[in-house]
Design a protein around this ligand. Structure first.
Ligand SMILES: NC(=O)c1ccc[n+]([C@@H]2O[C@H](COP(=O)([O-])OP(=O)(O)OC[C@H]3O[C@@H](n4cnc5c(N)ncnc54)[C@H](OP(=O)(O)O)[C@@H]3O)[C@@H](O)[C@H]2O)c1
Length: 323
């Protein structure tokens, strides 16, 4: 099957970590007609503006990587914004894409959609089987609605309008374009910043919150972008063999997890911090393990390529550019 490299592709959220990586991936493959808008140019929560954008641009494909994203602190502090913005962005983009006859759309979700106590590794069929983690429930509810929106549009309009809207659920991501904010960032950028500052200030010790024993999975963002482009490009006949109409989302993980202590050691090596790494076990650990079952995607023919040590070195050189 030949790919039309001139087809118009809208990447929503192209200045974000994932969106920018999707743009790099598409450009590297020779796609030459990529449409983007900054948040300032197009507020995706504004229905009329999104409608006008789609009526004017009429893209062939959409990658929906725009979202309000953050760690525990912002999720806890701004729950109203997390549910409102995410629902509005995805409702507007998915519905207006449909009205503008966009045939293919990829929605980016998150592993937070799975219940707090989901069996590990978390497989796609764990969705809606239990209570969510309360701290990010509003964000997760919006993302679940996004999956169900794609599925519902496929079910109602797939045959009549030839649409095929798919969803991918990334594990924790890291890499170029990450948010290194001291309070609002995810675990890897936060630890990179801590080790870097300790190295500069020649501090003898870095204290990491918790016992260091929880296990987490991390995926390098360029692998996530590659997986996104891969899933978007899957032939319908192949894709439909692995999904069902009401359970169509696909997990994207690295395939294995590490303890926070192992992660901290690897970040220390990437940053070349020579001091001691200690753990503050009076601070909460969170869930003992969060690990995605990515076997559906593996069976479809994709697996992650970037090992943690290699990815962390690339992430650290990106962090240095922000200093
Ligand atoms: N990062 C992770 O570890 C991770 C893990 C799992 C899933 N994901 C998912 O991957 C997707 C992308 O995440 P990311 O890490 O790339 O996030 P990000 O770096 O924060 O990028 C999100 C982008 O969306 C834009 N955006 C947000 N609200 C908008 C609005 N109302 N109108 C227009 N643009 C808007 C942001 O622009 P401004 O910055 O100007 O607001 C930003 O450029 C999200 O769906 C997220 O849920 C991420």
């Amino acid at each position: 099957m030949s790919t039309d490299l001139n087809q118009k592709i809208y990447v929503a959220g192209h200045r974000g970590m994932v969106g920018s990586s999707i743009v790099r991936n598409l450009q590297a493959q020779g796609f030459s007609n990529i449409v983007t808008r900054t948040h300032a140019e197009l507020d995706l929560t504004n229905q009329a503006a999104v409608q006008h954008f789609f009526e004017t641009e009429r893209p062939h494909q959409v990658y929906l990587a725009a979202a309000k994203v953050g760690g525990i602190h912002p999720n806890n502090t701004y729950p109203a914004e997390f549910i409102y913005d995410n629902l509005m962005v995805q409702n507007n983009v998915i519905h207006q894409a449909f009205l503008a006859e966009v045939k293919k759309l990829l929605f980016l979700g998150t592993s937070c959609i799975y219940p707090k106590l989901a069996p590990q590794p978390m497989s796609e069929d764990a969705l809606l089987t239990g209570k969510l983690e309360p701290t990010n429930e509003p964000y997760a509810i919006a993302k679940i609605a996004g999956i169900k929106m794609c599925e519902s549009y496929n079910r109602q309009y797939g045959a009549s309008h030839g649409i095929d809207y798919r969803s991918v659920m990334p594990t924790n991501l890291y890499g170029p374009g990450d948010n290194y904010h001291p309070e609002n960032s995810h675990v890897i950028p936060a630890i990179i910043r801590r080790f870097h500052e300790a190295k500069i200030k020649k501090l003898p010790e870095v204290l990491i919150w918790g016992t260091g024993t929880p296990r987490r999975e991390f995926l390098y963002v360029d692998d996530m972008a590659a997986a996104s482009v891969f899933v978007m490009g899957l032939d319908s006949a192949v894709y439909e063999k692995y999904i069902s109409p009401m359970q169509s989302h696909i997990n994207v993980g690295y395939g294995s997890d590490v303890t926070i202590a192992e992660l901290a050691k690897a970040v220390g090596e990437a940053v070349d911090y020579q001091g001691k790494i200690s753990f503050d076990s009076t601070k909460p650990d969170g869930a003992p393990r969060k690990w995605m079952d990515s076997s559906r995607l593996n069976r479809l023919g994709w697996s992650a390529k970037t090992a943690l040590q290699q990815g962390l070195a690339l992430a650290y050189s990106d962090f240095l550019k922000t200093q």
